[in-house]
Ligand binder design. Structure first.
Ligand code: SF4
Length: 131
């Protein structure tokens, strides 16, 4: 089934958000596809979109005897305006928040929508790329 452009933009935002959340060490693309319920074909198309826009890097790696790609963020939504709007700045749980804790970015209800909004604003300044 062919996805609409709106669905593709939303999924691209979600892929970017997850890659950013995993940090500079990157993440295997298969983990992202699994989390979002994407086929490897659809996922790869979205990752290539983000790579062409200079938002993420794709590096071929050998993982458990199979070649795959590791995705790393190349650009973070970290200009001052976005930092000022980041939910973490005013979050009451900030002192208890950590990557592997009970409260953290993986289960935070505020960081995802903020990252997606930042992504949309960021990509509006970059020329569209056709796949
Ligand atoms: S990631 Fe979420 S829970 Fe953690 S400090 Fe930021 S807003 Fe708060």
């Amino acid at each position: 089934m062919e996805r609409t452009e709106e669905e593709l933009v939303d999924l691209t935002s979600r892929v970017y958000k997850l890659v950013v959340e995993r940090g500079k060490d990157g993440v295997l693309q298969s983990e992202i596809w699994k989390e979002l319920g994407l086929t490897s074909r659809d996922g790869s198309r979205l990752a290539i979109r983000l790579e062409r826009r200079g938002l993420i890097g794709r590096v071929k790696v050998l993982e458990e005897g199979r070649w795959t790609y590791k995705l790393t963020p190349l650009r973070f939504p970290t200009d001052m305006a976005s930092i000022e709007k980041a939910p973490c700045i005013v979050c009451q749980f900030e002192s208890k928040c950590s990557i592997d804790g009970e409260i953290g970015p993986y289960n935070c209800p505020w960081i995802g929508p903020w990252a997606m909004k930042e992504f949309r604003e960021l990509t509006q300044t970059v020329a569209p790329v056709t796949t």
